[in-house]
Design a protein around this ligand. Structure first.
Ligand code: SF4
Ligand code: SF4
Ligand code: SF4
Length: 600
């Protein structure tokens, strides 16, 4: 079929929209609400306008994202009428928008600012017409929801419902009062939201963002009475380079260590060390459950988004979740006990600063279970995006730094098993390596557990644990929509699995809700980051958690053995049924959401 755009002829397939044909042929039409990665095209922003003349010579101004191309159509995307209409539309969006760019979470990284530049917005005739009474919700530890910045593209609603299966978000209000709400809940913190942050990856503006805690970090760094201990998660080293122009997946571990030291960090340790400790504890717990008839399948516990989901949405599964704390929580607890003892630093003077790919880790740090002596184990958590901002604020160019090694004598050694915690399937693989060796007194042949690798939403494997336990079935799920299927199976008593890994974010931490964002895209670099982690793993001198020399010393000098009384006190936790408070709002929200209707 044939039609023309801007005077040139193009062929197209029946059903293709004008926008699709234009894009396929390299013709740029601005869009805001249209979001290809999720095939989301609600047509709410009205920016993708073009003058369209049909075969009968009838001309009208149409939105190209939802207008099918037709035989003989003539489309003009560049006429002065089109440009004036697009500019007016952008002005109207701004008229309904808090325009405090300088103080906005997305300043310099904003799709609405890009659009203003594209349409050549020179003056803003309708500034300050906004009624400033839309919700500003800062009840969450992990995120902030500022509806004065919302342009109602609904990308957040789509990702929360379609990818995560959580359905926390709805459209509330009408007309100029319309905004993204949280169903019947009084606040996002008490809603169905589990603070995974996936919506912050797709929001084109500053309406949904991580809570910025960089000033807290700077306050700690500038206080000479305090010892600041920075730790960063496995996936941070293969992600943050992107924010400084380096290729996705490149390992910048040494540059991050150097950068944190430039900021003034007193001690830089590796969260990977704690991931190895998690495997020692979780692996031992799994064997204990198998031998003693404990709750099976056992689910992993290192993802706080998943733990929030279980507590809010399916509390009956809580006894199945490992009691081992996450690597962040294990690291922080050991810093204020073991490391403090070893280095002779009073724990009250230590501030743990955790760098994570995750907004839910901010929420985890505030859990009452993870406080000791009235103080949080983890004092502040910043996301990858915040660390990038902090480095820019302090004039540190990560890309230009020479790599520096971790050198803490107690908590900086790591293994290949620990670094793959950053991707879906990694915790399972690390656990299998150690559980096999524990039972068979020899290493798992070939080291890699290939069937649990990849990006399929649900994966399973048969693992031969040797003579005593034979073959067990294990499963891996990422994205909560996928996890829910395994939860329902387990609660129905029909699970064939012994051990299940769940990571809330699709892809795992490499695509966490706090990691680097790419405009108009959704996690385009997760696979490169995953490959980066596997490359680090295969090059490590030690690839099993039980072979980490500093972990061996930790148990010998301090904890005794995995799952000892002291280990339980410092490294394990418990969960709470939080569904009661929210049951009403969660079920009401879900009931009212359909595939096409987002209204509360
Ligand atoms: S969302 Fe974009 S346009 Fe709006 S205030 Fe923030 S930076 Fe400015
Ligand atoms: S943080 Fe996650 S659960 Fe909460 S609204 Fe965003 S996508 Fe949904
Ligand atoms: S909060 Fe962000 S993603 Fe959601 S509708 Fe508003 S602008 Fe779009």
């Amino acid at each position: 079929m044939n039609a023309s755009i801007n005077g040139r002829d193009y062929t197209f397939e029946p059903g293709e929209t004008i926008l699709q044909v234009a894009r396929r042929n390299g013709i740029f039409i601005p869009t805001l609400c249209h979001f290809r990665p999720l095939n989301h095209k609600p047509g709410t922003c009205r920016v993708c306008l073009a003058e369209v003349t049909d075969r009968n010579g009838h001309t009208e101004m149409l939105t190209t994202c939802n207008t099918p191309m037709e035989e003989g159509m003539r489309v003009n995307t560049r006429s002065s009428r089109v440009r004036n209409m697009q500019r007016l539309q952008v002005e109207l969006i701004f008229a309904d928008h808090d325009q405090d760019c300088a103080a906005c979470a997305r300043h310099g990284d904003c799709e609405l600012q890009d659009l203003a530049e594209f349409v050549g917005l020179a003056t803003n005739r309708f500034a300050s017409r906004l009624s400033h009474d839309r919700p500003f919700d800062n009840t969450m530890h992990g995120m902030v929801r500022d509806m004065s910045k919302c342009i109602r593209c609904l990308r957040c609603v789509e990702v929360c419902r379609k990818v995560q299966g959580v359905a926390a978000l709805t459209v509330d209000g009408t007309g100029t009062g319309a905004h993204i709400g949280v169903g019947m809940a009084p606040s996002q913190n008490t809603s169905a939201c589990i603070q995974c942050g996936q919506c912050t990856l797709v929001c084109p503006t500053g309406a949904l963002a991580e809570r910025d805690e960089n000033d807290e970090v700077l306050n700690y760094l500038s206080n000479p009475e305090l010892t600041t201990v920075f730790a960063f998660a496995p996936s941070v080293r293969v992600a943050i380079g992107e924010d400084f122009g380096l290729p996705p997946g490149e390992n910048v571990e040494g540059k991050v260590v150097a950068a944190l030291r430039r900021l003034g960090a007193d001690i830089v340790i590796d969260t990977d060390f704690a991931a190895d400790v998690v495997i020692m504890e979780e692996g031992t717990e799994l064997l204990g459950r198998i031998r003693n008839g404990g709750k099976l399948p056992m689910f992993t516990s290192c993802c706080p988004g998943w733990v929030n989901y279980a507590e809010k949405h399916c509390p009956d599964i809580l006894p199945h979740i490992s009691t081992t704390r996450s690597p962040q929580a294990v690291s922080s607890s050991l810093v204020k006990s073991y490391l403090a003892d070893k280095m002779g630093i009073p724990s009250r003077r230590i501030r743990n600063i955790s760098v994570m790919p995750c907004t839910a880790k901010k929420d985890e740090a505030a859990r009452a279970q993870l406080y000791a002596n009235g103080q949080p184990d983890t004092d502040v958590v910043i996301t990858v995006r915040e660390l990038s901002r902090l480095l820019r604020r302090c004039g540190v160019d990560l890309a230009a730094l020479e790599p520096e090694p971790f050198d803490n004598p107690y908590m900086s050694d790591s293994t290949g098993a620990a670094v793959i915690f950053g991707t879906t399937g990694g915790v399972m693989e690390a656990a299998v390596r150690t559980v096999y060796a524990t039972l068979n007194h020899k290493e798992l042949p070939g080291v890699n557990v290939v069937p649990v690798r990849g990006m399929e939403g649900l994966r399973e494997a048969d693992v031969d644990l040797g003579e005593e336990h034979g073959v067990i079935k294990v499963a891996v799920a990422h994205g909560l929509g996928n996890a829910r299927k395994l939860v329902d199976q387990a609660l129905a008593g029909e699970s064939p699995y012994t051990f299940i890994e769940v990571m809330a974010c699709p892809g795992g931490c490499v695509a966490g809700g706090g990691t680097c964002r790419v405009k108009q895209n959704y996690q385009p670099h997760a696979i490169e980051r995953q490959k980066g982690l596997y490359a680090i793993d295969s090059a490590m001198p030690h690839r099993q958690s039980h072979n980490n020399p500093q972990v061996i010393s930790l148990y010998k000098d301090y904890l005794g053995e995995p799952n000892s009384h002291k280990a339980h006190e410092l490294l394990h936790t418990h969960y709470t049924d939080r569904s009661k408070v929210q049951t009403e709002s969660i079920s009401a929200t879900k009931k009212k959401l359909t595939l096409t209707d987002y209204s509360a």
